[in-house]
Every structure is written in C-alpha cells, then in structure tokens.
Design a protein around this ligand. Structure first.
Ligand code: PEP
Ligand code: MG
Length: 884
C-alpha cells in the first residue's frame, strides 16, 4: 500500500498491514483477494481511530464522505440501495484491532433499518417476520452500544412478549409481537437519551463508527489489553469494518456458525465448531441458543458444508495456520464473515505444529516459532479442568508465581504442614511469607500460598525449583495465625478446609476443583528435538536436589547452572544441625558441627553430580544471611511469653539472643554471600571440601562428574581473591590427603552492580561468570525483590510506567546494558569465557532471546521451565536469521 488512505475497500487491501486494518479487516481483504465468498465491504483504518482520539473524540470531516463513497461502491456490487424502500442495503459495523480481543469491543448489525426501509426489506424478501426481527435486533444493539442502554431493559420487553404469546423461542414471535417490541424498544431508547431514535441511516452509521472507536478505550478493552500485555506497538487503536449484511435468520435454509479448521483443544485435523439454523451471528457467540455440532451441517445442508470445508482447507493452506472462521448461510448461499488464527491450547499447538510439518504445510522453523514458548509450561503441570470448574467459588487472586494447579487443605503452620504431609494429607501451606527455615514444609505441601512477596520472593523461587504450584502477593488475604484461619473478601477459611490454588493464573478457589494431569506427548518430544537441533544457547537447570536434577535432565537440561547449597541445610534432618552451628559458642564446637554437615553435603553432591553425569554442575556456596535459618525474634518472644508445655525456655532465650545479634535492617544488602564466607571461613571451607571429596569419590567409581564452584554476592576482586586463597588451600590439603589432582573451576556470580563494572578485574581469578539477575535487578532499580511485586509494581504497570515486571523479564535498557558491560569486559580478557545467567529470567522467553543476542553461553532455569527455555532459545536463532 503506497499512501495511506483512511478507508480501504476489501478488494483494495490484503492481510499484510494488520496494524492499519486490524485483524478482521486484513482477513476480510485477504479472503476477498482469494475469491472466497465475502460480502462486499470496506475498512476504516486504525489510523482514523487514533486521529479520532487526537481530535478530542471527533471524526475528521473527510471520513464520512470517504465512507459514503464506499457505500456507493457496495451499492453497485450488490444492486441494493442505501436507505431504499424497495431493496435496502443494510450493513454491519464491526470492530477489529491488530490483535484479536474477543468480545472486548463493540459491533452493530442490521444498520440502515428504519421505519421505511424495514417495509422495503419485508417486501423485497417477502418475509415481514424476518424484517421486523432484524429491526428489533438493530434497535437493541444500537441502543446498547451507541447509547449505553442496559440490555436488561430490552430483555424484559422481549421476555414479556414471549410470555404474552406463549412461546419460548424468539423465532416463534409473530409479526405483530415484533412490531410491538420495536415500538417499546424505541421508547426505551428515547426515554434514556431524551431524543428521537435516529431514523436516518447516515446518522446511524456515523454514530455507530464513533461508538466502535469509543469501545477501544472502554473499561473491558483496557483491562483485557493490560492482562494480555497488549501494548501500543502490538495493537494501536481499532479499525472499523463496514460489511454488507447477509442473513442467517431468513428461515430454515439460513444459518450462522463459528468453526475452527482443526480441533482447538487437542489439535486433531477435523472441523470443530457449532452453528444455528435461522439465527444471526451474535446468537452463537452470546450463547443465546445452544448450537448444533458442525458435523450435523453435513447432513442438514450438505452443499454449504462442502463449501465450508473447501474454504477451511483453502484458508489454512493460504495462512499456513489453523483458522477460526465465522460463516453465514443466507437462503442456501454460503458467506464467510471472518477468519483469524485459531487460539489453541498448548497441546493443540504442539500437535498441529508437528502435523503441519508432516503435511508439508509449514517448515520446522515455522513450526517452532508459532508456539508461544510460555504456553508449553501448561503441558508439564496439572491444570484446572476447565470443563468442571463451574460452581466453584473464587476466594481471592494473587500473583501467579509457579504454575500448575493443586488441591489440599489449608494449613497455616509450618510444623503442622510437615506433620500432615507426612501423614499423607494433601496440604496447601498458607503463610504471609516464607523463609529458608520453612522449606521442609514445601516438600510436604501440594502448593504454597503467601499474602506477601513477588515473583522472585523466597516462596516463589523455591516453589518453582520444586515444580510446586505457588501464588504469592495475595494482598487481599488476611492470615490470622492466632486463630488458624484466613479471611478474604468476607469469606473465612479455617485450617483443614479444602482449597485449590492455580499457580498459572494466581486464582485461589474454595473446595477441591478437579484437575487434569500433564501430558508429555510424542509430538511434544518431537518439538523439543527440533528446538534442540536449532538452538545455540546452552540450557541448564536451577536444581538443588537429586530429584530436581533428574527431572531437569529428563526435560532436556544440559547441566546445572545453579545449585543453591543453602537449600540442603533446610531438609528436616539438617536444619537442627545448622542452627546448632550458628549457635556454637566457640570455634571448636562450630568445627565439629561443620564436619557433620560436610558429610551430609558431600552425599548430596555425590547424588546430584551422578544424576548430571557428563554435564557441568555449578555449586554455589552459602548465600543467605545466617539469621534466615533462625526463627524471627518476634516469634521467639511470643514463644517465651506463652511458655507452652514442652518449650525449653532457656534454650529459646539463647536462640532469641543470637537472632537479635544477627538481625539486620536490610538483609538483602547485608551479611550474605561472600561476606558470610569471609567472616565465617569455616563454612565455605566445609562446602569446598565437600565438593572436592564428592568429585574424588565419583571419579574413583568412574563417574564423569563435573562440578564447579561459584561464589555469590561478589563485588570486588579483593573479595574473590580472598575466597580463592581458601579454595587453593583446601585444594592442596585434599590433593595431598587423597594423593590425586583436582581440576574444578572456580567462578563468580555477577549480581552486584560493581561486579559487572569491574568484571575485567574479576575475570583474572574467575574461570566463569554467572549473572544473578534477581539481585542485579533489585540493585539496578533499588526495588526490593521481596516486596516490589506485591506492593507497587502492579500500579506501575496499570499506570504504564512499566510494561512488565523487571523481575519477570530482563530490563534490557538498564540491567541488560549492565550485563553487556560485564560480558564485554570479561571476554576482552578471556575470549571464550563461559558466561551464564541463573536468575529467574533464565526461564523467560524474552529474556532468553536477549541472552542469545548477547552471546551468553547458557541460561539456567527451574526444571519445569527447561522445555520453554529450549524452544525460546531455538526461536531466538530463527528470529535472528529472519532479521538478517
Ligand atoms: C540471583 O540473584 O539472580 C540468583 C540467582 O540468586 P538468588 O536468587 O539465590 O539470590
Ligand atoms: Mg542472588
């Protein structure tokens, strides 16, 4: 298209410029070009919509004259006349943005009817019942959309008329009834607007176009765009399509329907959908009447079914995508009213991708890029059974932090959750927030729910690592630990009552909502294989247990990018020892306890390294501040105050003293990571020893173990060198003891701003880097990762100050630039330096694309996000090639 016009007839355009014509307009134009039976019409562009808003919600003068010129073109094509009393031309006025927003904007049908043209339509069709039915439908839709009249008022009149006449079905209403309804509908509008209902079709048309433009900024549409991250660069304004009316309500040889060219739930190659005889499009969409299965059309209207199925395959071949099609049959003549890419379930997307490659409809690259990688996660978790959800009440909604659905009874106490879990009770752990000491309860719970915290809060990260459904930041949920209950939206849930959490949407339901098991199909494996052969990025897992390592490997992980060793201290058999170590009053006591802990860690490392045999396993030394392993001082004071039976008061008082000593105002920037290693070198010594000894044990057994040691929170070369000295010292000690040589890489995280800025210094000691983008994001924005998403970030997004949480997707301009500095400086000294990323962003498709373009060596993601990462990494390669 050369110079932009405000209005395009369908035959003048194609499907190339969706931003300008909207999806519906583009589809109608393309179908017209393909010589498919589309009723004549034209599209008013999204550009006109934006001008309308720029002009203070006014249409520019030339628009209506352009519209009228195109109405004349339709008159010529159809032989019908605008505002005619013999053969009137009626149109539908339909919204349509670049991205489909089903049901979010407005549409008006049967426009052009008035007191005169209704008579013309009755005469021309020899069907007065149909003409008056269309007229009453028009007034209702126009009244609702243009004037904002409440639908219920019209429904009341319609229902009263049906009752008077003693019929159940609209189509059985007599002409007299319909005429009366029209009068009453008009009166409703007149009373509401205090003006006469517009009789002139030109005025009707202008008001309808403006109403559709207005619906772009209607509340429904705004919320939908927000929820679906539809930003201005994806869809900017709506187009308006004016389409000649064709009628599915002209009798029993007429019908209207909606179909998918392939099954949208399971991807099977079959036309799926429904239709209604003697009805108009909105009856199907609104579910006013229950539609017939489309297979029945083959018997009822075989000729039309043949045309439909021909159109389905032609459109699929043309768009190389399953289509979602709307059709109407008017007195036996078949018309297409819309085509768009069918929205499918993750399973259907995978199956259709593989099938279409087999059918030679698309190539493998297209098969991979058409699947939104994020959606694949649904295939690896239990999901809510959408067919059985009806009747279950929502309790509250929070931030969807770890996907999947889980049922269980509400439990508010960590110890009780552990005990009940061990007794095979299904538990949902509900806490304001969680701490490392709560981790044992994660193992025994089906799902986790917290009232505070964001996507990178402790609860979120631990749950994702374990593949457990989790919802965080549920600020409307008030937890009353004292009385073992929680309250949300006026509803109280007591401990022991069943709830369901949907970690994919953030919704909490009351009761046991049925769920559907995940399905790793052969087709899914095929997609992963194609993606693996395409991608360049390495894919590793964030895994801290042998089970997680095995699972990650099964999903395709090529190593572990982050093993958070502190998680191992949280297991039930270790937390006591670890607390004793913190409480130790002298060095020798501490050393003794550390020895025992070292043995336990070594056996964990042995198992994890074995599970990942042949692949690198990056073991990070202790990161959290020590007080995180102790109960918090308020809780301890409460215990002392209550002095319940079994409480060892003097012991609790000692723990309180230590907890107070270790407490910090701002722990995230406090005594953690390398700083713990420097002040308590024995802890790091113990961990390094455990890694070395695990490697030696495995090498004796001929297991190809590849551990590497990583230091967290490093900000200077002085810190890193200090730990390197400990590492070297332990190394020579162990080499001597076991009479063997050890070759284990020593690296650092880049998660402190200064580390990125001085990576050219760090690289002299570090043999690899790994970006900790959780902490880096926290530092770059000065946003607390524990609080931001639950507190102010949603409002930032609502007010368009941020498009997406930077804790979810890498902030390319800020954090991303800092990473680029880190990469460039590091590689300027060691050209082939291995650089990974192990923050939560490692499983986010957009962040993965950024990593690919930044030449990062690998991304590391929680086990259940490995398939997403593999596919997203392949998509990054394909998209990059396309751009070149
Ligand atoms: C990070 O900061 O990105 C990271 C991986 O470390 P953690 O989340 O354990 O602080
Ligand atoms: Mg970190």
């Amino acid at each position: 298209m050369a110079k932009l016009k405000p209005v395009y007839a369908f035959e003048e355009a194609d499907s190339e410029n969706r931003m300008l014509l909207g999806g519906k307009g583009a589809g109608l134009s393309e179908m017209t070009r393909l010589k498919l039976p589309v009723p004549p019409g034209f599209t008013i562009t999204t550009h006109v919509c934006n001008q309308y808003y720029e002009n203070g919600r006014k249409l520019e003068k030339n628009i209506i004259s352009e519209v009228m010129k195109n109405i004349v073109k339709i008159e010529k094509k159809t032989g019908k006349k605008w505002n005619s009393t013999n053969n009137p031309l009626l149109v539908s006025v339909r919204s349509g943005a670049a991205i489909s927003m089903p049901g979010m904007m407005d549409t008006i049908l049967n426009l052009g009817l008035n007191e005169q043209t209704v008579l013309g339509l009755a005469k021309k069709t020899n069907n007065p019942r149909f003409a008056w039915d269309s007229y009453r439908r028009f007034i209702q839709l126009f009244g609702k959309v243009v004037f904002g009249v409440n639908d219920e008022k019209f429904d009341y009149v319609l229902n009263a008329a049906k009752k008077r006449q003693g019929v159940n079905d609209d189509s059985k209403l007599s002409i007299d009834s319909l005429k009366k309804i029209v009068r009453e509908y008009k009166k409703i509008c007149d009373d509401y607007t205090k003006r006469k209902f517009p009789n002139n079709p030109n005025e009707q048309l202008q008001l309808a176009i403006e109403a559709v433009f207005k619906s772009w900024t209607g509340e429904r549409a705004i919320v939908y765009r927000e929820k679906n991250n539809i930003t201005k660069d994806i869809a900017n304004g709506t187009a308006v399509n004016i389409v000649t009316m064709v009628f599915g309500n002209m009798g029993d040889d007429s019908a209207t329907g909606v179909v998918f060219t392939r099954n949208g739930h399971n991807g099977k190659k079959e036309i799926e959908g429904e239709y209604l005889i003697n009805a108009q499009g909105e009856d199907v969409v609104a579910g006013v009447r229950t539609g017939n299965d489309i297979s029945k059309l083959k018997i009822e209207m075989p000729k039309s079914y043949k045309e439909l199925s021909g159109a389905c395959s032609k459109l699929e071949k043309h768009f190389r995508e399953p289509q979602d099609i709307e059709f109407t049959i008017e007195m036996g003549k078949f018309y297409l009213l819309q085509t768009r890419t069918a929205k499918m379930s993750a399973g259907a997307l995978v199956k259709t991708s593989v099938d279409m490659v087999k059918e030679k409809l698309i190539d493998k690259n297209r098969a991979l890029t058409r699947i939104p990688a994020q959606q694949l996660e649904a295939l690896l978790h239990k999901t809510i059974d959408q067919n059985k959800i009806k009747g279950f009440e929502r309790l509250v909604k929070g931030i969807a932090a770890s996907p999947g659905a889980a049922n269980g009874i509400a439990v508010f106490d960590v110890k009780r959750a552990i005990a009940m879990g061990e007794n095979n009770k299904k538990v949902i752990l509900i806490r304001q927030e969680t701490k490392p000491e709560d981790v044992p309860a994660f193992f025994s719970s089906e799902g986790i729910l917290t009232s505070q915290g964001g996507k990178s809060s402790h609860a979120a990260i631990v749950s994702r690592g374990m593949g457990k459904p989790c919802i965080v930041g549920c600020s409307d949920l008030k937890i009353d630990y004292e009385n073992n209950r929680c309250i949300a939206n006026g509803i109280t849930i007591l401990e022991g009552e069943p709830i369901t959490v949907d970690g994919s949407t953030g919704v909490v339901y009351i009761g046991d909502v049925p769920t559907v098991e995940p399905q790793v199909t052969k087709d899914f494996q095929t997609i992963l294989l194609w993606a693996k052969n395409t991608k360049k990025l390495g894919i590793r897992a964030n895994a801290d247990t042998p089970d997680a390592a095995k699972l990650a490997r099964k999903f395709g992980a090529e190593g572990i990018g982050l093993c958070r060793t502190e998680r191992m201290f949280n297991a039930t058999d270790r937390i006591g020892l670890f607390v004793d170590m913190i409480m130790a009053t002298n060095d020798s006591q501490r050393k003794q306890i550390l020895k025992k802990l070292g043995q336990l860690q070594k056996s964990d490392f042995v198992q994890i390294l074995k599970a990942m045999e042949g692949y690198k396993v990056t073991i990070r030394l202790l990161d959290p501040p020590l007080h995180e392993f102790l109960p918090n001082p308020e809780e301890l004071m409460d215990r002392i105050y209550k002095n319940k039976k079994g409480e060892n008061l003097s012991e609790t008082k000692k723990v309180l003293e230590r907890a107070k000593e270790l407490a910090e105002i701002n722990p995230m920037m406090g005594h953690r990571g390398v700083r713990v290693g420097i002040t308590y070198p024995d802890i790091y010594r113990m961990q390094i020893t455990a890694v070395f000894e695990a490697a030696i044990e495995l090498s004796k057994k001929k297991v190809n173990a590849k551990p590497q040691i990583m230091i967290p929170q490093v900000g200077s070369i002085a810190e890193l060198d200090h730990i390197k000295e400990i590492y070297d010292d332990v190394k020579s000690e162990i080499q001597k003891k076991y009479k063997t040589r050890i070759n284990i890489n020593f690296g650092t995280m880049l998660e402190v701003v200064r580390a990125c800025l001085t990576s050219n210094e760090l690289v002299k000691t570090a043999e690899f880097f790994s970006f900790g983008t959780n902490d880096l994001t926290q530092a770059v924005f000065s946003f607390s990762r524990e609080d931001a998403e639950g507190k102010f970030l949603p409002e930032y997004m609502e007010k368009e100050l941020l498009e997406i949480s930077p804790f979810q997707s890498i902030d390319v301009n800020g954090v991303g630039n800092l990473m680029k500095i880190g990469i460039k400086q590091g590689r300027s000294i060691k050209k082939d330096l291995e650089i990974g990323i192990c923050g939560e962003h490692g499983g986010d498709p957009n962040s993965i694309k950024f990593c690919h373009l930044s030449n990062i060596s690998y991304v590391s993601a929680s086990p259940h996000r490995i398939p997403i990462a593999i596919v997203a990494a392949a998509q990054a390669v394909i998209e990059q090639k396309k751009r070149k």
